[in-house]
Write a protein that binds this ligand. Structure first.
Ligand code: ADP
Ligand code: ZN
Length: 748
């Protein structure tokens, strides 16, 4: 047993065998990292398991980098599944699944240490200094504490309520307290303990205790199907469909409480944890068990600390963004994917997994209940529910029965590009006069890539693929970026013979300027990626909105996230067209989701809200249905479009992406790759359609030119077969990088 299989995080499809020298045999366990010779380099690899001795010449492991395994065999199963499905090297999948802190540390170690045994403990903690904290816990008291008064009495009640509290938290709440703490200890009412202090951004907040609500009828129905599935320990996926405020989170909380009562843990994924601190707060107020939070706003050290707490079994609930799907939580009983429709569940670079989809895979592997929650589920999810592949749970009403805001679509055609239509100006003025707050929403993405007639709203679409054509300045042509269709850009609109064809849109800055000019006395703020690059800056802007020191907030998608802002009584969408016309077959779905979400932002307090949506396509079904809060109606129209145009759920997609610094080389290699794919298609007698190559919508990013080939397959198996062969048969030259994206979400 002294040969191991090792995965190395490089763009290699194979794993490697190494011999384990005698003195490392005891340490060389699956799940640990090993330093191995690779060519003339030394690299860190992951030990996957033991291998048979085939008698061939093998190199030896240099050292073992961990004292404890980093992953279990169950977790390795998930990594392997993802590597095979997404056609990504296993070593890179493992690297992506583990927290960055570990990998950074090992690089330093590699230089300084070469023998296996030294400094192991340091490695386990990532070489970071460990701080201890003091905390207090009430002891089970016999009878009542007689004669206690004042601070000591209050601190005891506090500790009994919370279960325990660190010294800093007690200090925060009660000021200087060493005397009363000493007294309580002497009376045997509390104990003082020490433990390793983890960096925890929420550590010093205290939470009011929050008790489970009595479920309403639809929540109770949902729970009555979820709970037995958790008890039975049987893989059961559900779609929990309900608008914001319909009580989905309450169902998650109670499902998780049920899991905990059965000794099972819970994993909760949310798209943007940094933007939704309320979610974390609700979990902390409800549960007294250990909760770990993983998100991109944490520093590497904080993430690593959270990861270690999970690995050591110190937490029962993990809340995190996309990458938390790989959290080393054991005995998972419930997996929640909140806002399952969000595109941010898809990793867009490198290992392009989708955490929403992996939640189902992990749920199946762990026999867990998976709850996919959304007000606007993906078309594909809803279709799966209709087909009976997911349980369907609906929460049709808002808990507090708030009325939906009054929503209206404003026709911007023939307006020659005014930022604010008169009706929106009037509504803003009225709202300002009445002391209400307004949000102005604008989608900046996709601007300036397509042409539109400002008179009639005509947009140029590919006759084969139904997606918006993308304008390429250099070639002065419109391209379909799915197939190879292209057209010279006309100067006269084929719809109305008008000459007002041009690009659409303006940035948040311009909108802010114009708003200031229109309303010089209003307090106007902007929230977009420019104004929120600093840590905590979102929170600061949202706090200002909350305490009423902003009248008009202008922003991108970000402002549609987050929770209750009761003072917001008017929401304006500057242009719904930017989303409606993104060159993607999902553009209608995106527009429906965004308008629905924006609509949910208005009128959550006592004052009824108003939503105004400016568009050059005021009759588009996505807008009309969103304005009417009619998901079923939207689904019925959209599923027909998908069926006719041949898009998911009626086929499976992948793209083969090529990029490089020489535009000629990339184009040439893309053509070669497409030729190989077409040959494979013939060889397999496959029905998979191969479209392109075509230049990507974002034809150049960071100096690299980008082309892609789109595959549309009738089954996942066929798609996988062709792609596996393509990867072995086609090797691009070193100047061109090839990557594969299975189930692409944003084909930009
Ligand atoms: P969602 O997650 O769908 O937005 P929440 O679960 O956050 O909905 O519920 C919205 C609000 O209603 C929250 O303040 C929540 O505490 C409250 N709520 C949820 N369910 C109930 C219930 N059954 N009874 C009373 N209040 C409830
Ligand atoms: Zn096309």
């Amino acid at each position: 047993m002294n040969i191991v299989q090792v995965a190395i995080p490089l763009r290699l499809d194979t794993t490697f065998h190494y011999r384990v020298p005698e003195h490392l045999v005891n340490q060389a366990q699956p799940g640990k990292r090993a330093l191995v010779p690779f060519g003339r380099r030394k690299l860190t690899g992951y030990i996957l398991g033991h291998a048979e001795d085939t008698g061939s010449e093998l190199k030896e492991i240099i050292s073992i980098l961990d004292q404890e395994p980093l992953f279990t065999s169950g977790e390795l199963g998930l990594y392997r599944w993802a590597a095979a499905y997404y056609l990504h090297p296993l070593g890179e999948v493992i690297k992506a699944a583990l927290p960055a802190g570990i990998n950074i540390e090992s690089r330093r170690k590699r230089v300084t240490h070469d023998d296996g045994t030294a400094a192991d403990e340091e490695r386990l903690t990532g070489g970071r200094s460990v701080k201890m904290e003091t905390f207090y816990r009430p002891l089970p008291a016999s009878g009542e504490a007689v004669g206690l008064r004042g601070k000591a009495e209050r601190i005891l009640a506090f500790l009994r309520d919370l279960g325990e509290a660190p010294r800093v938290v007690i200090g925060k709440n009660f000021g200087e307290s060493s005397a009363p703490l000493k007294k309580l200890r002497e009376l045997g009412l509390i104990e003082e303990l020490k433990r390793e202090l983890y960096r925890d951004p929420f550590r010093e907040e205290t939470f009011e205790r929050d008790l489970p609500q009595l479920l309403n009828e639809s929540q109770a129905h949902a729970f009555s199907l979820i709970a037995p599935a958790i008890t039975a320990g049987k893989f059961s996926p559900f779609l929990l469909h309900g608008v914001t405020g319909s009580g989905k989170t309450e169902v998650y909380l109670q499902a998780i409480a049920h899991s905990l009562s059965k000794g099972k843990n819970a994993l909760v994924l949310a798209p943007e944890i940094a933007l939704t601190p309320q979610l974390v707060r609700r979990f902390r107020s409800r549960f007294r068990c250990g909760i770990a939070v993983l998100h991109s706003g944490l520093a590497a050290g904080e993430r690593f600390d959270e990861w270690r707490r999970i690995r050591r079994g110190e937490v029962s609930i993990v809340i995190g963004a996309r990458s938390a799907i790989f959290a080393p939580l054991e005995r998972v009983g419930t997996i929640v994917v909140d806002e399952e429709h969000e595109a941010s569940y898809k990793q867009s670079e490198g290992f392009t997994y989708n955490a929403r989809d992996l939640a189902l895979v992990r749920g199946k592997m762990e026999n867990a209940v998976v709850l996919l929650g959304s007000a606007t589920p993906l078309i594909t999810t809803f279709y799966a529910a209709k087909q009976g592949r997911l349980g369907y749970l609906e929460l049709p009403e808002r808990v507090r029965n708030l009325p939906f805001p009054d929503t209206k679509i404003l026709d911007g055609r023939g307006r020659k590009g005014e930022t604010f239509l008169p009706e929106l100006v009037e509504a803003l003025a009225d709202n300002l006069a009445g002391g209400g707050q307004s949000l102005l929403f604008l989608n900046r993405r996709g601007f300036a890539t397509y042409l539109v007639c400002r008179d009639c709203g005509h947009v140029f679409r590919c006759p084969n693929c139904s997606v918006t054509l993308t304008y390429h300045r250099l070639k002065q042509r419109h391209f379909c970026h799915y197939c190879d269709f292209s057209l010279p850009a006309p100067s006269i609109c084929p719809g109305c013979n008008g000459a007002e064809i041009g690009f659409l849109g303006r940035g948040t800055e311009r909108v802010e300027e114009e708003a200031r000019e229109l309303f010089p006395t209003a307090r106007v703020a902007r929230m977009d990626s420019d104004t929120t690059s600093g840590r905590g800056s979102h929170a600061r802007i949202l706090k200002k909105l909350e305490d009423g020191s902003i009248d008009i907030l202008i922003g991108t998608q970000m402002i549609t996230k987050g929770h209750d802002y009761p003072g917001v009584t008017l929401v304006g969408v500057i242009s719904a067209d930017a989303t409606l016309n993104i060159p993607d077959f999902r553009s209608s779905e995106r527009a429906f989701q965004q308008v629905s979400q924006v609509t949910g932002r208005a009128g959550r307090g006592d004052a009824p809200g108003k939503v105004l949506i400016q568009s050059l396509a005021p009759e588009h079904y996505a807008l009309v249905r969103a304005a009417a809060h009619d998901f079923a109606g939207f689904y019925a129209e959209e599923i027909e479009f998908r069926r006719e145009a041949g898009y998911p759920p009626f086929c499976y997609l992948a793209t083969v992406n090529l990029s490089g610094t020489s535009p000629q080389a990339v184009e040439k290699v893309a053509e070669d790759a497409a030729r190989v794919l077409r040959e494979l298609r013939r060889e397999f007698g496959a029905r998979t359609e191969i479209l392109g190559p075509a230049p990507a919508t974002m034809a150049k990013i960071r100096g690299r030119f980008r082309w892609h080939i789109l595959l549309k397959a009738p089954t996942r198996r066929e798609l996988n077969t062709i792609l596996v062969r393509c990867r072995t048969d086609f090797r691009p030259p070193p100047v061109v990088r090839m990557s594969i994206d299975v189930d692409p979400v944003e084909m930009m």
